[in-house]
Design a protein. Structure first.
Ligand SMILES: [Zn+2]
Ligand SMILES: [Zn+2]
Length: 138
């Protein structure tokens, strides 16, 4: 068993731990991730919900993606850090933002999605598989 992936918000009120390897690690360049991060993309690790524990009360807001999936984005009401994301229609998934990890160097992006919406100034690793929108379902 590898060391859990732990992390939290900037002020420490929200803490999470995931005792599993990520199911998926990806950068996303969609407009919602640009708005939400204030940068060119978001970087995400997706874990199985059963391996996750969260401490602290996050505030949430729901956003519907272009393909109709509701994303419940959770942020710290004190410091405002966007910390994690869940999906009401896919309750088995828990997505954390790579920058909130205690050891962010453990993030290993496997792919870039939503390059259709990418900004020219947001240059990511060109060797990663890239998808115009979502990757094809496996
Ligand atoms: Zn906080
Ligand atoms: Zn996105």
């Amino acid at each position: 068993m590898t060391k859990p992936y732990s992390g939290g918000c900037a002020c420490g009120a929200i803490r999470y731990s995931a005792a599993a390897e990520p199911i998926m690690s990806n950068d996303c360049q969609c407009r919602q991730c640009q708005k939400d991060s204030g940068a060119g993309h978001g970087s995400y690790l997706t874990f199985p919900m059963g391996a996750v524990s969260v401490e602290g009360e996050a505030r949430t807001f729901d956003l519907t993606g272009d393909l109709g999936t509701v994303k419940r984005r959770a942020f710290c009401p004190t410091c405002g850090t966007p910390v994690f994301m869940t999906f009401p229609v896919m309750p088995d998934l828990f997505v954390v933002r790579a920058g909130t990890l205690d050891e962010p160097e453990r993030y290993r992006p496997q792919m870039v999605i939503w390059t259709d919406a990418a900004q020219g100034w947001d240059r990511l690793d060109p060797t990663l598989p890239a998808f115009a929108r979502m990757p094809p379902a496996r």
